[in-house]
Design a protein around this ligand. Structure first.
Ligand code: KG4
Ligand code: ZN
Length: 333
């Protein structure tokens, strides 16, 4: 089964051909980072317009790199939500037109499901059930993944997503967008214990996350001491990053213990963070028997291969969409 995946929910235009829901024959991502950088974040209207320009060339590139003709495809899968509505619409319209023109079945994919199944592209995929943590610029959610297409949300952020905490923190420190990457790099030479940041306590649902207090604490720190330079900046980045990573790992392993799950799977752009990857591995070593699955960096950030993986299983379940498919910007998994 060969599926073409298309992803345009945010600021990456991506297309990929995936075989049997496991092997990416091609995996093309055209990023708009340079376009949005001067605005310090994603500008929705610019994102939509650039998807319009990029989507067909990216699809052509994915087919040609895979060496697969449209006739040899078994279906098309597209992200139809959640995300920026104008951005999503570009991918959805392109996918509908291609599926119709080629006479192939069309699957809709929830972007978060894509992230949750990205680790199936790795050499050693997880088995169900597993605990999946989606940490990206728009989402911080913890799921019990029972099977393809069956996920239960165990907790989510009450305010900012972890990626937003990175991006907004970086902005306060005058670092370039996307902030997670900049903080990750600077933090490598910093002291993680240099600055004490509050660890959010979320009342009621103790698997929920909250990052807005942390961002405020950084703002106060900067107002009081100014933006530090050199080694002090590295220390501040390392301490701020540690507060985010600490909150994520704490809840992840609390849930693993509570549900007695011994497989944890990370995904989303923040799962590319080098400290988070190391901290989760360290913690798993403490919890004997807990296995950690981390997708390759390029499958952590937005890509279409993960959308094709989820779409393959949707089509296998017979979930085929018609020309009425629409973007669903607030689709909850
Ligand atoms: O999954 P993604 O590519 O797009 C969304 O669906 O949001 O995630 C983008 C987010 C951004 O907030 C970016 O700062 C963050 O992932 N990110 C990182 C790293 N690489 C990307 N955060 C921390 N450390 C990184 N190395
Ligand atoms: Zn994403």
């Amino acid at each position: 089964m060969r599926i073409l995946g298309i992803e345009t929910s945010c600021d990456e235009t991506a297309a990929a051909v995936v075989e049997d829901g496991r092997r990416a024959l091609s995996d093309v991502v055209s990023t708009q980072i340079e376009i949005h950088r001067r605005w310090g974040g994603v500008v929705p209207e610019l994102a939509s317009r650039n998807h319009v320009v990029q989507v067909m060339p990216v699809v052509d590139e994915a087919l040609s790199r895979a060496g697969v003709s449209p006739a040899a495809l078994d279906g098309v899968a597209v992200t139809s939500g959640p995300g920026l509505v104008g951005a999503l619409l570009v991918g959805v319209q392109a996918a509908k037109a291609l599926a119709l023109a080629w006479g192939k079945p069309l699957a809709r994919v929830n972007h978060l499901e894509g992230h949750l199944v990205a680790s199936f592209l790795a050499e050693r995929p997880p088995e169900f059930p597993y605990l999946g943590l989606v940490v990206s610029g728009g989402h911080t959610s913890l799921y019990l993944a029972e099977a393809f297409g069956r996920y239960r949300c165990l907790g989510r952020t009450r305010d900012d997503a972890a990626g937003e905490a990175f991006d907004k923190g970086a902005k306060l420190l005058g670092l370039p967008y996307p902030g997670g990457v900049a903080i990750d790099r600077l933090a490598k030479d910093g002291d993680r214990a240099a600055v004490k940041f509050p660890r959010a306590v979320v009342k009621g649902a103790d698997l929920d996350f909250s990052f807005s207090g942390l961002k405020t604490a950084l703002l106060h720190h900067v107002k009081k001491h100014g933006v530090p330079r050199d080694g002090d900046l590295a220390d501040l980045c390392a301490s701020y990053q540690e507060a985010i990573v600490g909150a994520l790992t704490q809840k992840l392993f609390r849930a693993a213990r509570r549900l007695q799950l011994d497989r944890v799977v990370l995904s989303g752009g923040v799962a590319a963070n080098s400290r988070l990857r190391a901290a989760v591995r360290e913690k798993a070593a403490e919890y004997e028997g807990v296995e950690v699955f981390l997708p390759e960096i390029r499958h952590c950030t937005d890509n279409a291969a993960m959308i094709a993986v989820a779409g393959t299983h949707a089509l296998e379940r017979g979930e085929v969409q018609g020309p009425g498919l629409n973007a669903d910007p607030a689709w909850r998994l």
